[in-house]
Design a protein around this ligand. Structure first.
Ligand code: SF4
Length: 199
């Protein structure tokens, strides 16, 4: 088995990604690097879930990963009002790929990969491009992936249930949380106005 550093965006997305890598002859070691996650309580909740999954599937989960929230805001705040899949997400991916490649180099991994490509809401082509650029910058390899293929995303949902993992309902950053709250307020207000009409 070839050792690989797996950047994990969340435990649910790691479930199937770990299996897929093992099937391809890799032994992933997980690295939960997500300075995008807001607020801090949510971050710790997701860290704890990754630890829970690592214990369940006997994967080495690297402890004490930095939470560079200040740097993340400096890089992504200029794109605060971009919609999801816009420039803010590109910068967010770039930062996570860059730091993952750097961590792979410093810790002696030849190759790294990311669970980010399992999400149907994210652009796997862009993520792979940024992963390859970061790998070149630090002199390591990046494993191209599209973990959502072959029902990968569906399998991750089933596995998350099996391991009792928490599935978050927003991507992670303060801006995606704001968007989620806005959507749920709109829904509530629509229901209220419907109720008024039926009075
Ligand atoms: S929506 Fe998700 S990918 Fe986009 S900036 Fe926020 S945390 Fe990053």
């Amino acid at each position: 088995m070839k050792k690989i550093l797996l950047n994990v965006c969340c435990a649910p997305d790691a479930t199937h990604s770990i299996n897929a890598l093992r099937e391809d002859g890799y032994e992933p070691e997980t690295w939960f690097y997500n300075p995008n996650i807001h607020p801090r309580d949510e971050y710790h909740k997701r860290v704890a879930d990754m630890e829970k999954l690592a214990a369940a599937v006997a994967v080495k989960n690297i402890p004490d990963v930095p939470y560079d929230i200040k740097e993340w805001f400096e890089r992504c705040r200029p794109h605060a009002n971009e919609p999801e899949r816009g420039k803010r997400c590109e910068e967010c991916f770039r930062m996570r790929m860059d730091k993952s490649a750097q961590a792979a180099k410093v810790s002696g991994y030849e190759t790294f990969a990311t669970t980010l490509t399992i999400s149907p809401h994210k652009d796997a082509k862009l993520i792979n491009k940024l992963g390859a650029e970061a790998a070149e910058k630090y002199g390591v390899n990046y494993l191209m992936s599209d973990f959502k293929k072959k029902d990968g995303f569906k399998k991750s949902i089933e596995l998350s249930k099996k391991y009792g993992l928490y599935r978050q309902d927003y991507c992670g950053c303060a801006y995606s949380l704001r968007e989620k709250l806005r959507r749920s307020n709109t829904k509530t207000n629509t229901h209220r106005s419907c109720a008024r009409q039926s009075l």
